[in-house]
Ligand binder design. Structure first.
Ligand code: GLC
Length: 449
C-alpha cells in the first residue's frame, strides 16, 4: 500500500481542495452576481424616480377623428408632432367632410362605450351635448385663466358647460360678406350695409350683365344652413333660442322676415335656384369663378380667392342688417377636447398643447387660410405681410353671435334646418314653416332633450 497509499491520500486531498476552491469561487461569483443585481436594481430605481425611460416603451397612440379635408391640412403638423414626440404617435382617422356626419360618428362611438378616439376635434356647437352626456374630460385644471385670455372670448365661452371647460380652440371662424369691389366701382357704388341695398345692387349688376348672379349663400339642409341663418336672423334683430330663458324666437316677425329675405333672393333671381343645395365650397367656387357679386362665407375663402384671378378684385365686410340693427357674424370654429374614456389623457393633452403653440397656428394659417384661435396672431407682422385682412377680421369675430349653447343643440338645429329647407324650396310659407319650427323647438326644450 506504502507508495500507493500516499498517492491515494494526496490525490484525495487534492480532490478535496479543488472542491473547496470550486465552492468558494461559486459562492464568490454568486455573491458578486447578487451585488451587481442589487446595484443595477438600485440604479434603475433612481432612473425611474428621475423620470428616465429605463426600458424602451412602444409609443402611446393618440387617435382623433377629423373631416377628410382637414386631415389633409393637418398632415404636415401631424408629421412634425410625431417626429418630435418619440413617446406619442398621433393618428388621424379621416371622417366625411360634412360636419353633421362627423358629429354622428363621434356620437355613435361614445354611445357604443369605449370610444376609439382619445381626442375629440369639435365644432363649437358640439361641446354642450358631448359635455352634458359626460363624454368629455374636464380641462379646467389644466389651464390658468391667464392662459385662456389669449383666445377670443366667444371661443372660450363656447367651450364651457356648467362652468367647466371642455374644449381648447384651435381654429376660429366667423361668417362675413365677400363682395366684388371692382364691379361696385364700375357702377359707382359702395358695398351694401342693409339687405335692401344688397338686393338693389345685385339687380343693377345683373341687369348690366356685369355678373350672372347677385348673392350666393349656403341653402343646403345641413349645419351650414343654421349657421348662415343665425346671421340673417341677427341682422333682422331676431333670435333663435335664448339659452338663459329657453325662449324661442323663430315665430316672431323678425325671424319670418329673415326667411322672407332669403326666399326673395331666389324669387327675384338674385341667387341661383341651386343655392338650396349648396354648402360652403359650391358657393366659394361660384364666387371665385366670377359668377357672383356677393358671397356669405367663412374666412378660409379669403386666402383661396386671393390665390385666384379674383386677387385684388374683392373685399370683405360684416354681414348686412336692417336699418337700426347690427350685422352679426355667426361664430364657428374648431377645437380639441379629450374623450372621457381615453386611457392616455396626458398624452392627448400634449397634443393639445402642441396645436396651441403660436408657431403651429401661424404655420396652419399660412398653409390653409384657416384663422388661428390665438388673438395675438391677428397682429402678427409676419402674417399681416401676407394677409393684410387679418386685423380687420378680429372686430368682426369679436362681435359674433353664438348658435344657442344648449345640450339639445343638434336636435334644435335639425328642426330649424328641416323647416327652413321647406320654406326655401317652396314646400311651406315662411310664416307656417317658422311657426312649426318654433312649436317643435319648444316641445324639445320642454322634454329637456
Ligand atoms: C365651419 C364652422 C363650423 C360650422 C360649419 C358649418 O366649419 O367652423 O362652426 O358649424 O362650418 O358648415
Amino acid at each position: 500500500m506504502g507508495e500507493w497509499g500516499g498517492d491515494i491520500r494526496s490525490g484525495l486531498i487534492m480532490v478535496y481542495m479543488s472542491h473547496i476552491r470550486f465552492r468558494i469561487e461559486g459562492w464568490l461569483s454568486h455573491s458578486r452576481l447578487w451585488t451587481y443585481g442589487v446595484a443595477i436594481a438600485f440604479l434603475c430605481g433612481i432612473l425611474i424616480f428621475l423620470g428616465f425611460p429605463v426600458f424602451p416603451q412602444p409609443p402611446v397612440t393618440v387617435r382623433v377623428l377629423i373631416q377628410a379635408i382637414d386631415a389633409t391640412h393637418w398632415q404636415p403638423l401631424v408629421t412634425q408632432f410625431n417626429q418630435t414626440h418619440s413617446d406619442i404617435q398621433l393618428e388621424v382617422v379621416k371622417g366625411p367632410n360634412n360636419t353633421n356626419l362627423v358629429e354622428d360618428l363621434y356620437t355613435s362611438a361614445f354611445l357604443l362605450g369605449d370610444s376609439p378616439y382619445d381626442l375629440v376635434y369639435m365644432d363649437i356647437v358640439w361641446v354642450q351635448k358631448f359635455a352634458a352626456a359626460r363624454w368629455l374630460t374636464d380641462l379646467s385644471d389644466r389651464v390658468t385663466p391667464e392662459q385662456l385670455n389669449v383666445y377670443l372670448k366667444g371661443d372660450i365661452e363656447g367651450g364651457r358647460y356648467q362652468g367647466k371647460l371642455y374644449r381648447i380652440p384651435f381654429q376660429t371662424d366667423g361668417g362675413m360678406l365677400y363682395y366684388r369691389q371692382d364691379l361696385l366701382a364700375q357702377i359707382g357704388a359702395t358695398p351694401p350695409e342693409t339687405f335692401a341695398q344688397l338686393m338693389a345692387l345685385s339687380k343693377i349688376l345683373q341687369e348690366q350683365n356685369l355678373v350672372a348672379w347677385g348673392y350666393v349663400w349656403q341653402g343646403k339642409q345641413y349645419e351650414g344652413l343654421s349657421a348662415m341663418f343665425t346671421e340673417i336672423l341677427a341682422g333682422h334683430g331676431g333670435f333663435w333660442i335664448d339659452p338663459d330663458t329657453q325662449a324661442v324666437g323663430l315665430d316672431q316677425p323678425q325671424a319670418i322676415a329673415a326667411v322672407e329675405f332669403l326666399r326673395d333672393t331666389l324669387a327675384e333671381g338674385i341667387s341661383p335656384p341651386g343655392v338650396t343645395t349648396y354648402s360652403e365650397e359650391e358657393t366659394r367656387r361660384l364666387f371665385q369663378n366670377g359668377k357672383a357679386a356677393f358671397l356669405r362665407n367663412w374666412p378660409y375663402v379669403y386666402s383661396l380667392a386671393s390665390d385666384s384671378e379674383l386677387v385684388g378684385k374683392f373685399a370683405i365686410k360684416p354681414m348686412m342688417h336692417t336699418p337700426g340693427n347690427k350685422g352679426g357674424a355667426c361664430l364657428g370654429g374648431w377645437g380639441l377636447g379629450i374623450s372621457k374614456s381615453s386611457p392616455h389623457p396626458d398624452a392627448a393633452w400634449q397634443v393639445i398643447e402642441y396645436f396651441n403653440q403660436p408657431e403651429v397656428q401661424r404655420q396652419y394659417f399660412q398653409q390653409t387660410g384657416y384663422v388661428p384661435a390665438r388673438r395675438s396672431l391677428f397682429y402678427d407682422s409676419q402674417l399681416i405681410t401676407q394677409s393684410n385682412h387679418l386685423p380687420r377680421l378680429l372686430p368682426v369675430l369679436d362681435s359674433s353671435v353664438l348658435r344657442p349653447p344648449i345640450p339639445q343643440y343638434a336636435q334644435a338645429s335639425d328642426i330649424l334646418q328641416r323647416y327652413l329647407s321647406a320654406a326655401l324650396t317652396g314646400r311651406e310659407t315662411p310664416q307656417r314653416a317658422m311657426e312649426l319650427a318654433a312649436k317643435e323647438t319648444r316641445a324639445l326644450l320642454l322634454r329637456g332633450g
